[in-house]
Design a protein around this ligand. Sequence first.
Ligand SMILES: *[C@@H]1O[C@H](CO)[C@@H](O)[C@H](O)[C@H]1NC(C)=O
Ligand SMILES: *[C@@H]1O[C@H](CO)[C@@H](O)[C@H](O)[C@H]1NC(C)=O
Ligand SMILES: *[C@@H]1O[C@H](CO)[C@@H](O)[C@H](O)[C@H]1NC(C)=O
Ligand SMILES: *[C@@H]1O[C@H](CO)[C@@H](O)[C@H](O)[C@H]1NC(C)=O
Length: 484
Amino acid sequence: MAWFHLAVGLLFSLVSVVCRVNGIGANWGTQATHPLPPDTVVRLLKQNGFQKVKLFDADYDALRSLGRSGIEVMVGIPNDMLASFASSVKAAEKWVAKNVSTHISSSNVNIRYVAVGNEPFLETYNGSFLRTTFPALQNVQSALIKAGLSNQVKVTVPLNADVYESSNGLPSGGDFRADIHDLMLAIVKFLSDNGAPFTVNIYPFISLYTEASFPVEYAFFDGNASPLADGKATYYNMFDANYDTLVWALQKNGFENLPIIVGEIGWPTDGDRNANLNYALRFNQGFMSHILGGKGTPMRAGPIDAYLFSLIDEDAKSIDPGNFERHWGIFTFDGRPKYPLNVGTTNSGSLVPAQNVHYLEKKWCVMKPSASLDDPQVALSVSYACGLADCTSLGYGTSCSNLNGRGNISYAFNSYYQRHNQLDSACKFPNLSMITKNDPTVGGCRFEIMIQPYYGGAQRKFVGCLQKPLSFAAVLVLFLLTSL
Ligand SMILES: *[C@@H]1O[C@H](CO)[C@@H](O)[C@H](O)[C@H]1NC(C)=O
Ligand SMILES: *[C@@H]1O[C@H](CO)[C@@H](O)[C@H](O)[C@H]1NC(C)=O
Ligand SMILES: *[C@@H]1O[C@H](CO)[C@@H](O)[C@H](O)[C@H]1NC(C)=O
Ligand SMILES: *[C@@H]1O[C@H](CO)[C@@H](O)[C@H](O)[C@H]1NC(C)=O
């Protein structure tokens, strides 16, 4: 019987290890032409041990799928709805009734936060949301109070790290951006008064992308960048320094204890010379180890509450910020892990792929061998295909940068064809294209096959399978018994 006690003992210690890791969440964005069905995504979250998820809107199917999963949810209000909530508490009440109360009461969704806007003070928005964000925040809070939910559901505003700055380049010089200083103080005071957290998105990758002189090693957690000394504190990575700039800004203005959530953090894998699998793994693994250690930053000890950006690639995101924008996922668009990230929550120590993903046929659209690179239709056809599909994996420093001219053209044609669900008419580039059953994938440059489109609400067959905590325990027991 000793083995049994040992197994039970191990089981409990493993469970407690798994449960102590409560800091890690994921952002689930849905700007994709072919999103995975919400039930599949919720299973993916559960199987990979994510205990929190952050949404950018309040999609009905997504929330329904999260029902009874136990996963903590942050629902989002998009920026374009802020004006209406700022001017009407009734509109905010309707939103809360429909998108929060109903889901909590009818399917037991564990909604914990409402994100009011998404990076509304980003300088590229030219101040469009400066007047509406705070009143919208106040009205959503009133609506939560009226609905009797203000104890369990907290409001917050996910902000870009550019809402604060440092006068001397050191964290201790941190304060809120001068042009929005008073507004930030009003928001911070409101969050503090209502027991709500400050949410900030921190992106060392973007610093590296936008500042040619940014020291690459300083972006990582295991880097050998020259450390930055700030009084008694020493900074070895950009994340700590940036986070502490916020801690200083809060402290300087009298809010040193305001909880902080890192709403987005991550590294893209394609579309730029610094966006690749090695760097993404190195950054995200470094971040996971950093927060699993529980030490915090020099200015704020303790666990860090964070949501990785992002769960899955989104092929319909705007590429205005850069071609990397469609490649933030730790999973591909179809739920395959991109690299062996250990988020500390699975038995195997690596990511588990999405289950029961339904693909289209194994066929691709490529350039005909008989077609000539000099055909005057080539340039037009490629720019047409790329404009309506996704060519962000082509170009300098990307996963498909090694393709030759014909490979490039085929890649563009195939992307267009798959995005159009392999319609015959989507592989009719004049005299240039043909359908093939031979996978044109070369090395790390994948010619994808699209997944079947999801038509909302129709597929609910997977609900429930993994939502019983018991089955998780049972898997653990099996795992322990077989390994003894
Ligand atoms: C609920 O959220 C969805 C998705 O964000 C939005 O389209 C809808 O307008 C919201 N409902 C109300 C009543 O505000
Ligand atoms: C912001 O202003 C610039 C310059 O006036 C303009 O080019 C850009 O389109 C504006 N952006 C938004 C989001 O309004
Ligand atoms: C392939 O396409 C990319 C992006 O359009 C371009 O930068 C590259 O030069 C092309 N390569 C060849 C060999 O044509
Ligand atoms: C297709 O190719 C044939 C033979 O090479 C040529 O006669 C015809 O004009 C081409 N059609 C188009 C639309 O380019």
